[in-house]
Design a protein around this ligand. Structure first.
Ligand code: LLP
Length: 427
């Protein structure tokens, strides 16, 4: 996170608070989020996209009431993909018309709640869903604003599990073989739906803008076909999320301003060529906003040197608070943050306390050779898809999320307790 600094004693400070103080007051492991940094990223996205575009923060990356309030204040919209996320958004006061509902298999109840709340848009993901949402809206006497999610057939250069626009996966309606055109044909006929645009999300942790350019090109192509067939110009396109962040120094992320300029340029060019007015653009960054804004603070429990291999450093969390290394082979870095050390760097593997050897937090990490039990270490860039994908594996208690701001720390999501676990287990 941007505001991490180190004092002479080597203790890292974030948002004006020492990590040693955080560990003492709130315990470890803990996710530590820098509120000013989060807000600055929101602002950077808003400013980059300007008034004629909308930025929907992707709540799946991490959502809590505090986050919703910060987003609301910073002028962002919110993408939710479940009833639970919708409930959190509404409970924290996000105006419903700034919420988009996503998902490839929304339940009837999710759709009902969203329509009843008056969400700004529902992104339709299948032919069945076009009919389902139309039926529910009709029954509730509403006209629901919708977009159709299309699969543009782009191979995004990212991990297979998080690429979403190639053909053989579950999301969206294919542009190929006129399927998306048929979806538009159906949606346009239904009085309880107001088709406002086309949606495309090509994947996640993407560094180069060429995938977005191809997507924009193909989506605008569909808008043109729609105009030619129906005489309507759909007013909006959404190009999804997916902008990558730096987990290690090898990663080279794009700035929001660069992304915004590239998208605007390509959409403008394509629309000019097609004789279309430029639609309102929206994007859905999750990771790029919240990822870099938090780190995980762990305490070292054991240090086990394996001669000729590496040293295993075990921390008090693991795959229950960060599944990304096990699931995607994700790369992270780590630093000793509770003291200074002049010891030589040593090759380590930072592992958790769970009952399997795949329980790895950082696969290859250099830490000072004198790293020892009781030291605090921090893994940066864990704001996205760590707390939101956390589990109770081995009945781990999911860690709290702390927000630091101007020298103050507070809990925004508290640590789970044994009572929380036992409350669900009714014997
Ligand atoms: N919009 C849609 C429709 C999405 O499906 C997603 C992410 C986003 C936006 C936000 O993407 P972002 O800007 O955060 O990359 N658990 C995986 C990531 C899964 C992403 C799912 N969809 C991970 O930990 O890398």
């Amino acid at each position: 996170s941007r505001t991490v600094a180190r004092g002479e004693d080597g203790v890292a400070t974030v948002g004006g608070v020492k990590v040693t103080e955080l560990a003492e007051r709130f315990g470890t492991p803990a996710y530590v989020m820098d509120e000013a940094d989060f807000r600055a990223r929101c602002r950077a996205w808003r400013e980059a996209f300007g008034r004629d575009a909308d930025v929907f923060y992707a709540g799946k990356a991490f959502l809590s009431r505090a986050i919703v309030r910060w987003l609301t204040e910073e002028g962002l919209n919110l993408d939710v993909c479940s009833e639970g996320e919708l409930a959190t958004a509404l409970a924290a006061g996000m105006p419903a018309d700034r919420i988009a509902l996503h998902g490839n298999n929304k339940s009837a109840r999710e759709i009902e709640r969203a329509v009843e709340a008056g969400v700004g848009r529902i992104v339709l993901d299948s032919f069945q869903e076009i009919a389902r949402v139309a039926g529910i809206a009709e029954r509730l006497g509403r006209r629901q604003r919708v977009q159709i999610r299309v699969t543009v057939g782009v191979e995004a250069h990212t991990h297979e599990f998080i690429a979403t626009a190639h053909e053989d996966q579950k999301f969206g309606i294919a542009l190929a073989e006129g399927q998306a055109a048929e979806a538009v044909r159906r949606a346009i006929k239904l009085d309880s739906l107001e088709l406002i645009g086309i949606h495309s999300h090509i994947g996640s942790q993407i560094f180069d803008t060429s995938g977005f350019e191809v997507a924009a090109h193909r989506v605008v192509g569909l808008l043109k076909d729609v105009r030619d067939e129906h005489g309507v110009e759909l007013p909006e396109i959404d190009l999804g999320g997916g902008l990558g962040i730096a987990y290690t120094s090898d990663d080279d992320p794009r700035e929001p301003a660069e992304i915004a300029a590239a998208l605007r340029e390509i959409v403008t060019r394509e629309c000019a060529a097609a004789g279309l007015a430029v639609p309102r653009i929206s994007v859905e960054p999750g990771r790029a906003i919240v990822g870099p804004t938090a780190f995980t603070l762990y305490e070292v429990g054991t240090v086990k040197p394996l001669r000729g291999l590496r040293t295993y450093v075990s921390v008090d969390g693991g795959m229950s608070d960060n599944i990304r290394t096990a699931l995607y082979d994700a790369e992270y870095s780590v630093g000793l943050v509770s003291r200074a050390s002049t010891a030589e760097p040593m090759l380590t593997r930072v592992v958790g306390k769970h009952c399997e050897s795949g329980d790895i937090v950082v696969k290859d990490a250099f830490l000072p050779a004198d790293v020892a039990p009781g030291d605090l270490i921090a893994v940066p860039a864990t704001g996205a898809y760590c707390r939101s994908m956390a589990s109770n594996y081995n009945h781990a208690l999911r860690p709290p999320v702390l927000a630091v701001h101007e020298g103050q720390a507070r809990v925004i999501v508290r640590r789970e307790t044994e009572e929380d676990l036992l409350r669900l287990d009714i014997g």
